[in-house]
Design a binder for this molecule. Structure first.
Ligand code: NAD
Length: 483
């Protein structure tokens, strides 16, 4: 048989496609064993292998291709926000539907993408040194139940913008919507660009699968978003970790504040998604001279005040003790966490309209709602004799997480004092918490705010490693030519 050159080429292309090295005609190809899985795995080893393959294929692509990939994630988050947000609400059973939908839309629109990538250059007598930001490879991400798919959306956009792929271990109570979102993202990316499994998700996540990711040799970097236990586990993993840990954001209101604005802001931030945001207003310290006026301003702005007996009843019902022995501590009860204000009010023995977004009441410092990250739309207000005391109390309530703090004031000295003492990643003045993420304020958005490890509001650059490329004694075109 005479060998025909074009036949040989087509057979070779087919074989290469089968083994996952790419086809000659640009048609979608992926490693045979994982193609068509669209990122859904139950075995961590398989998920990491598939994500590794996807990473290598992404490495062969242009920055324009990264933009196209991200455009699919953005489009799906925005176009499917009602369906996926409703799914998230039904599955997790916490938060408010309207905000579940809005979060997906916002993360799709605003998560930092390729436009955040940059390089630095040193130019001088000895030539040029260019510092570029390269991907790590496969990132292991752990995501919270409070924002299951939104966190995956934001992480995926930023991690892929930097050239990485990702394996996600979602919270078990948000695993279905996580898998559905990831499936849609991968399917669209695969159909358009021929790369499958850039975002892999463990469909049956457990502590064991999380630990397998922490320990896996194929994972180059970990990014966890969650509470104290997972933050500690990530820091002990022996891998480089970006840790977006818990918060308990205090608010200080001093005698110079615009009280009506303060009240509107506390309701907007503290009630958002029923107080599930890690940055949300969790307790308020008000100076005595404006305390009563502030309580009235809260009512004027639409929040409902509980009296002392109602606060006591709610506290008994909504805060429970967990842990054993020396680890015993107060925690929010699952029956109330992330529930509507009307449900909490019922737990306090009060009937209120379903339309009320936030309830509040005066408590003393010892009420567990002050130190506990309650994640429910009841906010305790504590009376303080002056701003110094209010700031000191705020410092204690924040537990040194250095996450978020807020002040309402028109006294720049008070703002400065609080900023210095709190030392938090986000420090908001005269706005609701989300203004610090560019939603009504300046700056940009991410749902992974890395306080403990110091990266702050994460961007694609968070998920890169620096590489330096030096050219010696040439291409610096400034100054006198050398002889
Ligand atoms: P969580 O800590 O219960 O769970 C978070 C994730 O970690 C889940 O996927 C969970 O399965 C996993 N996990 C928990 N313990 C683990 C362990 N020992 N080892 C491995 N994995 C473990 O938190 P949650 O209720 O899902 O989310 C709310 C918490 O997350 C709050 O504390 C909130 O402040 C925090 N959070 C922080 C940020 C941030 O950007 N800093 C953003 C969102 C939420």
């Amino acid at each position: 048989m005479q060998l025909n050159e074009s036949l040989i080429r087509s057979v070779v292309a087919q074989v290469l496609a089968e083994v996952g090295r790419g086809g000659s005609n640009g048609s979608p190809v992926a490693p045979k064993s994982f193609a068509g899985r669209f990122g859904i795995f139950t075995c961590p080893d398989e998920a990491v292998a598939a994500a590794r393959e996807a990473f290598e294929r992404l490495q062969e692509r242009t920055i324009e291709d990264r933009k196209r990939i991200i455009a699919h994630i953005r489009r799906i988050s925005m176009e499917n926000c009602v369906e996926l947000g409703t799914m998230e609400m039904h599955e997790t059973k916490i938060g408010r539907l309207v905000h579940k939908i809005e979060k997906l839309k916002t993360l799709g629109e605003r998560s930092p993408g390729v436009e955040f990538m940059r390089s630095e250059v040193y130019s001088g007598d000895h030539g040029l040194a260019v510092i570029e930001h390269a991907p790590f490879g496969v990132i292991g991400a752990i995501t919270p139940v409070t924002h299951s798919l939104p966190t995956i959306t934001g992480n995926s956009v930023s991690m892929i913008a930097a050239g990485n792929s990702v394996v996600v271990n979602p919270h078990p109570s948000g695993k279905k919507v996580a898998a559905e979102g990831v499936r849609r993202f991968n399917q669209a990316i695969y159909q358009d660009l021929g790369i499958d499994n850039l975002i892999c998700v463990l469909a049956e996540p457990t502590l064991e699968t999380a630990n397998a990711i922490f320990a896996h040799r194929g994972i180059s970097l970990i990014c966890v978003t969650g509470g104290p236990a997972v933050a500690r586990a990530a820091l002990k993993s022996g891998k480089r970790a970006v840790v977006a840990g818990p918060g308990n954001p205090p608010v200080v209101v001093d005698e110079t504040a615009d009280l009506d604005n303060a009240a509107r802001c506390i309701i907007k931030g503290g009630a958002y998604d029923n107080n599930l945001l890690c940055i949300a207003e969790k307790e308020v310290f008000v100076v005595n001279s404006v305390f009563d006026a502030m309580m009235t301003a809260m009512e004027r702005a639409g929040a409902v005040r509980l009296n002392a007996r109602e606060v006591e009843t709610l506290t008994k019902n909504a805060i429970i003790q967990v842990g054993e022995g020396e680890h015993k501590h107060d925690a929010p009860s699952k029956d109330f966490l992330g529930q509507d204000a009307a449900v909490l009010a019922k737990g306090a023995g009060k009937d209120i309209s379903e339309k009320v977004e936030l309830i509040f009441g005066e408590t003393d410092l010892n009420n567990p709602f002050v130190p506990v990250e309650q994640m429910m739309p009841f906010v305790p207000f504590v009376r303080c004799k002056n701003v110094e005391e209010a700031i000191d109390r705020a410092k204690e309530a924040e537990h040194g997480f250095r996450h978020t703090s807020i002040i309402h004031s028109n006294n720049v000295k008070n703002m400065t004092r609080m900023g210095r003492i709190m030392d938090t990643t986000l420090f908001v003045k005269n706005g609701p918490c989300m203004a610090s993420l560019g939603l009504g304020g300046e700056g940009y958005l991410s749902f992974s705010i890395a306080g403990p490890t110091g990266e702050g509001v994460t961007t694609p650059l968070t998920f890169t490693r620096e590489r330096r490329c030096s050219l010696i004694d040439d291409l610096c075109i400034l100054g006198k030519p050398k002889r």
